[in-house]
Design a protein around this ligand. Structure first.
Ligand code: NAD
Length: 492
């Protein structure tokens, strides 16, 4: 059985506990590898090594341009290894090869973009109100960053954290999800190959309580950047507050995809289907609430169900598979339990609703693409994040009604607006309480554009220039240019 060790101080290393845990292939339901079971001792080793790299190692002496060059080099290595990394993710995570190849080929752009940004973060000279002083600011890296990632997109989400953190001059300890650790471990080795000094990028594998908690609590960790469930994010934020640590949180969503009667219905149907069923619904920005104007409800639902019915489930490694398995067994059970809840709540099942039973699904953890109609916004299926291939359809009367329903959830991550009326698109985009609004499109993401949530969907932003600021702190330097320092004991 293949074993994946942790990656600390530029080297693979066995866990201090001597223990390992299994990782399963969600398509075959078989254990395919073992992962090092880390604990607080491994966390301390990784954080100490990241701290040494940050404060005294060669990394701390590098210019911002040199850091940028290293980021470019690692981008090239990721491009070289895109297929190998994609295959690993497909096996460990059940993600579609068709999606992963594209994603791994796109990942280098984050390293090129933030590599380019590294030496363009400038301070300012302040036009002070006080004569006799020269005042300027510096943007300095925070220090050791703990990057904690979920199972749904390990390499992409780690990249959203690592690239800006390294560009800022920080060092990183990554804690991948216990369900999907393998790809992150292999990924980290590329940083050493690219020439990053030991300790700049480390990976500690294991469970939330054994690794995540001690990492958050470690006094040398100055910033926590987390993507995952809102309940975990809340616990991390509380723990971090006790030591005044910086925190960014990318949490869940219950994103509305709003279709007005004047929309291009063919486009909107495609956008609604890909908005929820891409990545088997396991994305934080999944358009899991479809808001339909009453006048087009029946026509739209017909077209939607007809298209969704054609989705091809099967082996995620096949390029023509469109819906893969759910990534983890607990998540598979959770998704099925939400189907039961929605049925009990009185929603009308329009499609799916069962575990995938097609022969192509084998022993995999498949759930049929499922659509519920007649959902009211106060049902659990409309308020709670399922994180699976379940779509809830809700009717609305007019623009005000649509906005009110869209905002009536505690989350605020993504949102979609389908209309040909430009004035309406601008009005609605302004009124939606969400970090991202897509008009006549859904799910577009770029390294250049800010990504993050309103309300319970999180704190801080990833991607774009905003992201690098999450890893910097400002220092204000005052220089006396000739004012005599007065005797403080002489009253004037
Ligand atoms: P999770 O919160 O259970 O786990 C995420 C990570 O946190 C894992 O690495 C886990 O081991 C670790 N962890 C668990 N307890 C911890 C603790 N006490 N201290 C520190 N670390 C701890 O989430 P998940 O089940 O892996 O991922 C699915 C969730 O992630 C969904 O709710 C989804 O909405 C959310 N998500 C959000 C985004 C986003 O960008 N907003 C992206 C992807 C996923």
């Amino acid at each position: 059985m293949q074993r994946f060790e942790m990656f600390i101080n530029g080297e693979s290393c066995a866990p201090a506990s001597g223990e390992w845990f299994d990782t399963e292939n969600p398509f075959t339901d078989e254990t395919w590898a073992q992962i090092a079971k880390g604990n607080a001792t491994d966390v301390d080793l990784a954080v100490q090594s990241a701290h040494a790299a940050f404060s005294t190692g060669p990394w701390s002496q590098m210019s911002a341009s040199q850091r940028g060059l290293l980021l470019h080099r690692v981008g090239d290595l990721i491009a070289r290894d895109a297929k190998r990394l994609a295959e690993l993710e497909v096996r460990d995570n059940g993600k579609l090869m068709a999606e992963m190849l594209g994603q791994c080929q796109y990942l280098p752009q984050w390293y090129y973009y933030f590599g380019g940004l590294a030496d363009k973060i400038q301070g300012a000279v302040i036009p002070l109100d006080k004569k006799g002083y020269f005042n300027y600011t510096r943007n300095e890296p925070l220090g050791v960053v703990a990057a904690i990632t979920p199972w749904n997109s390990p390499l992409l989400l780690a990249t959203w954290k690592i690239a800006p953190a390294l560009a800022a001059g920080c060092t990183v300890v990554i804690k991948p999800s216990e369900f999907t650790s393998a790809s992150t471990i292999e990924f980290a080795k590329l940083f050493t190959e690219a020439g990053f000094p030991p300790g700049v990028v480390n990976v500690v594998t294991g469970f939330g309580a054994d690794v995540g908690s001690p990492l958050v609590e470690h006094p040398l960790v100055k910033k926590i950047t987390f993507t995952g469930a809102d309940s975990t994010g809340r616990a991390i934020n509380e723990a971090a507050a006790r030591q005044f640590k910086h925190v960014s949180l990318e949490l869940g969503g219950k994103s509305p995809n709003i279709v007005f009667e004047d929309a291009d219905l063919e486009d909107a149907v495609n956008g609604a289907v890909s908005g929820i069923f891409a990545a088997t619904g396991q994305t934080c920005i999944a358009g899991s609430r479809l808001l339909l104007q009453t006048s087009i409800y029946d026509t739209f639902v017909d077209k939607l169900v007809t298209l969704a019915r054609t989705a091809k489930m099967g082996d995620p490694a096949s390029m023509d598979t469109q819906v893969g398995p759910v990534t983890t067994r607990p998540q598979y059970q959770k998704v099925l339990s939400y189907i039961e809840t929605a049925t009990q709540e009185g929603a009308t099942l329009l499609l799916g609703g069962k575990p995938g039973s097609a022969p192509e699904c084998g022993n995999g953890w498949f759930v049929e693409p499922t659509i519920f109609g007649d959902v009211s916004n106060n049902m659990r299926i409309a308020q709670e994040e399922v994180f699976g291939p379940i779509l809830s359809i809700i009717k609305f009367k007019d623009e005000d009604d649509a906005v009110a329903l869209a905002n009536d959830v505690r989350f605020g991550l993504g949102s979609g607006v389908w209309t040909k009326d430009i004035g309406r698109s601008i009005r609605v985009a302004e009124r939606l309480q969400a970090g991202m609004v897509w008009v006549n499109s859904y799910r577009a993401v770029s390294y250049m554009s800010p990504f993050g949530g309103y309300k319970d969907s999180g704190l801080g932003r990833e991607n774009s220039i905003d992201a690098i600021r999450e890893y910097l702190q400002t220092k204000s330097v005052w220089i006396n240019t000739g004012v005599k320092t007065a005797n403080p004991f002489v009253m004037r």
